[in-house]
Ligand binder design. Structure first.
Ligand code: R5P
Length: 291
């Protein structure tokens, strides 16, 4: 199997190549003066299995992915597996109002056109993998994140909302500590309200776990609540760190002690890699890769 790492997932692709002991492909990526993307795969991949690794976020990276798929298909690859460390557009997974597009479905269908299999990490809702029209699997970075938090002596895990409760429960079980969750109401895209609730966090090193940190509003409000209740330290951990609209500043202003993210989106906070959970899923779904 050959691995083609896209411009939005270099770290994951390199880590995967090392873990799976499979070669990385050579390719030319460039942009024309009008900013349109160009890709050319330089190796001979006719009849080979190819793994394309590319985070589908932001929009430009989705176009890059579609062109990479076309290049690999046109060069005669036998089987094309797409690894989407972060599946952009996955949060619009249904029609919330009449007349809306189901973005997750649209993007999934287009990616499926030139794919035999898809693997993604911690999708916002599990059912979105069914939007792909080829076999699709998800894996979770929770155990990788939990291992990091355990080394940091975290002794209480908090989910900022019901949606993240299961994730917090799993992490707490791996760390062997307590967990709880908060109730969150989303007012609009950048404003959330956290309902105050008594937590058993006094004097504890707490980590708040979520799938995504976007504007940082959910996490910063949760940090404030924990600090008010006497937590000794509060770190925030997520799989997908988008950190948009001054999220970093918002978290630091809320007195966040550490920000932890994976490398599904590469930032200064990417402290652990999702390559491990992707490799495990690949070996389960395509055991012939093992050499
Ligand atoms: C939403 O349900 C997600 O799990 C996250 O809680 C959300 O995306 C975080 O967004 P923000 O950082 O903008 O509060």
């Amino acid at each position: 199997m050959y691995i083609l790492g896209g411009t939005s997932a270099k770290n994951v692709a390199e880590n995967l190549a090392k873990r799976l002991r499979q070669p990385l492909l050579h390719a030319i990526y460039k942009r024309f003066p009008d900013d349109e993307f160009y890709v050319r795969v330089l190796d001979n991949i006719a009849g080979e299995d190819v793994l394309i690794v590319q985070t589908a976020y932001p929009d430009q990276k989705i176009v890059e992915l579609l062109l990479m798929q076309d290049a690999v298909h046109g060069a005669g690859a036998k089987k094309i597996t797409i690894v989407l460390p972060y599946f952009g557009y996955s949060r619009q997974d249904k029609k919330f109002e009449d007349g809306e597009a189901i973005s997750a479905q649209t993007i999934a269908q287009h990616i499926s056109l030139r794919a035999d299999c898809v693997i993604t990490v911690d999708p916002h809702k599990e059912h979105i993998v069914k939007f792909f029209t080829v076999p699709a699997y998800s894996c979770s970075a929770v155990s990788t994140i939990a291992r990091y938090l355990k080394e940091k002596h975290v002794d209480f895990i908090l989910a900022p909302d019901e949606g993240a409760r299961e994730r917090a429960k799993q992490a707490a079980a791996l760390i062997d500590c307590e967990y709880d969750y908060l109730e969150k109401t989303r007012i609009d895209g950048t404003t959330v309200k956290i309902t105050p609730k008594q937590l058993d966090a006094r004097g504890k090193h707490v980590a708040i776990i979520d799938d995504i940190i976007s504007t940082g509003s959910t996490m910063s409000n949760s940090i404030k609540e924990l600090k008010k209740q006497g937590a000794k330290s509060v770190s925030v951990a997520c799989t997908h760190g988008l950190f948009i609209g001054g999220a970093k500043e918002k978290l630091l202003a809320a007195d966040c002690d550490e920000i932890i993210s994976t490398d599904t989106i590469e930032t200064e906070f990417s402290k652990v890699s999702v390559a491990e959970c992707i490799a495990e899923t690949l070996l389960k779904t395509a055991p012939h890769i093992k050499n």
